[in-house]
Structure formats: C-alpha cells, structure tokens
Design a binder for this molecule. Structure first.
Ligand code: NAP
Length: 336
C-alpha cells in the first residue's frame, strides 16, 4: 500500500517513524469502550491490518483507559516499523487551565510504558478547548515535550475547521486529525489545502461516519447500550460530531442509501460502499492517512484493501457532493 509522509522533517524529530500508509487503523474500538472486543480479536485486527500493508495506528491514552495502547504495545514487540499516534488530555475536566506543561508530562507518562517505547512517535492533543488551541503557551509546552525527548512530534485532534486552521498556523504542529468523510466535506474547502501548503499531515478520522457509510444499518438496527451510537446520539457524553459524524440517524440512513446506490452505479466492481468511502478519501489531494475503526479481522482486511482500489471517477465525486448538498450541508456545514 502507498506510504506518505505524515510527519515532515521540519515538524518533528525525524529520527523517529514518520511515514503512514494511506489507510491506517483507528483503535478506539480495541479499547472496548463501546461494544466488546476480546484481546485475541483485537490483536488479530492489528495483525490483519499490518499483513494488508497498514503501517499507521491511531490510539489514545483513554481508549479503554490504556487498553488500546497496551495491546498495540504488545503487538509492536514483534512488529517494528509501525508509526503510532496517541493522544492526551481527556483524563481531566476540559478547561484551558488544565493544559499545562506539568499536566502534559503527567498525562503522557503512561503512554510510553503502555506502548513499550522510549519516545512516542506522535502525540495529539485530544480535542482540547479552542482557547487551548489558540494559546502560545500550549505550543511552548509541547515544544518542551519534544526537547525532553518524550515525544518526537506533536499534533492536534480537532472538532472544527476554525480549530484546524489555528493549529495548522503553528510552526511545529506536525498533524491535524479531523472528521473527514463523504458526510463531512467542509474541511476540503480550507483545512486540507492549508495543511498541504504548510506541510502538516491530515489524519482523516471517522471516515465511515461511524459505520453509516457502509450502508448496513436500517431503522431496526440496535447498537449496544455501551456503544456511543446509542448513548451519544445527541451529544450527551461528548461532541455529537463524533457519532455518525453529527448526522441525525434518519437523515443518515437516507443519505447512506443514496451513497450505496452511487457506489453500485459508479464504483469499481466488487468494492463495497465502506471501501469506496475510504478509497475516495485517500484519493483526495492533501489527505495523508485515513483511519477507519475495525471491530474484526474482516473489516480490517476490507478497509486496508480500499487503499489499493483504482482511481475513482469524477462522476462519483460529483455524486458525493450532490448527496451532501441535498441531505447534510444545511445541518453540518455551519456547525463544524
Ligand atoms: N476525538 C478524536 O480524536 C477521535 C474521535 C473519534 C474517533 N477517533 C479515531 O478515529 C478512528 C475511526 O473512527 P470510528 O471508529 O469512530 O468511526 P468509523 O471508522 O467511521 O466507523 C467505524 C465503524 O464502521 C463499521 N465498519 C468498519 N469497517 C467496516 C467495513 N469494512 N464494512 C462495514 N462496516 C465497517 C464498524 O461498525 P460496527 O461496529 O457496527 O460493525 C465500525 O465500528 C477511531 O478508531 C479513533 O482512532 C478519534
């Protein structure tokens, strides 16, 4: 699978891993915070992904309170050469006052142990408040973390376009992670071009709109009680944009139905809607890596294979824009 530079040399300590496969792996599911995934299954997902060419994992200190990182750490012992991005900041109340150098050091102390590394490849602030993203002191503290050898590079995971643009303007931010998918097109207007011009990597998260873009759900689908697709539909626990990409479920089903029809009509033979949703993102200029979450080996293999699909047509892109404009633009565009 194609590899791209995620961490540009002037935005990190380039002795560390800096490449990412165009399809990476999101490992929130492997923390088993939502829905059960056994350790054996989680390790099998990592194995299947790497066998299929994935060289980039995205995790966080809070996924399963460290479980996701620990599983990746076990896996890395026998599989060197993977670039791992983790996150910090979600173990405390979300106030700008908490984003200090002392807290960064403390929050970040577990991750090297969990991952079994001396220096972390990439640490992302985990959707901090806007005031933190706009504050010079945040970046001074992160620069100190790099100087101390704790992290080789840092990035910011964000919710909004404005936050992304603020982070991209900082000289040492290596990457921005943002929700980007066929139901979330706004970052293509300014964020993705600005990142490309600045040499900032774009990590496209929630590429399947939490699975909606696979086309497999309907009105009768029930998610587990502990699945955010049950308990965060209206943003009860965290930003509603993280659940189905912020798309109201009924609207999402209609849009996903049209996306499935579009893929049947214009997608490569044999490719599923989920694969086309991922492949389409990898083929947009300026997107560095796309990180679908996979709950099992079949999903992991299928998602990685999307990284080798042939170029998709302009008609398909036009169809995606049409679906977005018809069903989603009015509710999604002004908000994020
Ligand atoms: N704030 C942040 O920084 C933040 C927030 C959210 C996510 N993330 C990162 O982004 C990653 C991806 O986001 P996500 O997992 O929430 O959303 P996603 O990748 O859009 O959707 C994942 C879901 O899609 C379904 N799926 C995956 N592969 C499939 C396939 N091949 N065919 C059919 N269905 C498939 C599965 O649903 P079922 O479970 O129904 O099978 C899976 O749980 C996370 O793992 C995490 O690393 C970061």
């Amino acid at each position: 699978m194609e590899q791209r530079t995620l961490i540009h040399p002037d935005r990190g300590n380039n002795s560390q891993a800096s490449q990412a496969s165009i399809v990476g792996l999101g490992t929130w599911q492997l923390g088993a915070d939502w829905g059960e995934v056994s350790e054996t299954d989680a390790l099998a997902v990592l194995e299947a992904s790497v066998e299929a060419g994935v060289t980039f994992f995205d995790t966080a200190d809070v996924y399963g309170d460290g479980r996701s990182e620990q599983l990746i750490g076990r896996f890395l012992k026998d599989h060197p050469g993977i670039t791992v991005a983790t996150k910090m900041g979600r173990r405390v109340e979300q106030t700008p006052e908490n984003y200090t150098l002392d807290n960064f050091r403390a929050w970040n102390d577990r991750s090297p142990r969990n991952l079994g590394v001396d220096t972390l490849d990439l640490v992302q602030l985990h959707c901090p408040p806007s005031a933190t993203i706009d504050d010079d002191r945040t970046y001074d503290a992160l620069d100190t973390m790099v100087a101390e050898g704790r992290v080789a590079a840092y990035g910011v995971s964000v919710e909004t376009v404005a936050q992304a643009l603020s982070a991209i303007a900082r000289p040492h931010v290596a990457s921005v992670q943002i929700i980007l998918n066929a139901f979330r097109l706004k970052p293509f207007e300014e964020v993705v071009p600005a990142a490309a011009a600045a040499g900032v990597g774009i990590i496209a998260r929630v590429p399947l709109a939490s699975g909606l873009l696979s086309g497999k759900y309907d009105r009768s689908t029930r998610f587990a009680e502990n699945d955010h697709r049950t308990y965060n539909r209206h943003g009860e626990a965290f930003d509603v944009g993280e659940t189905f990409s912020g798309v109201d479920y009924e609207t999402g089903l209609a849009a996903a139905g049209e996306f499935t029809d579009l893929v049947r009509e214009l997608g490569p033979a044999g490719a599923t809607p989920a694969q086309v949703a991922i492949a389409w993102l990898t083929q947009q200029p300026g997107v560095t890596t796309v990180i679908p979450g996979a709950r099992n080996v079949e999903q992991a293999r299928a998602n990685a294979a999307a990284g080798t699909l042939p170029p998709l047509s302009e008609e398909l892109t036009a169809g995606i824009t049409r679906i977005y404009d018809t069903h989603l633009r009015a509710s999604i565009h002004p908000r994020w």
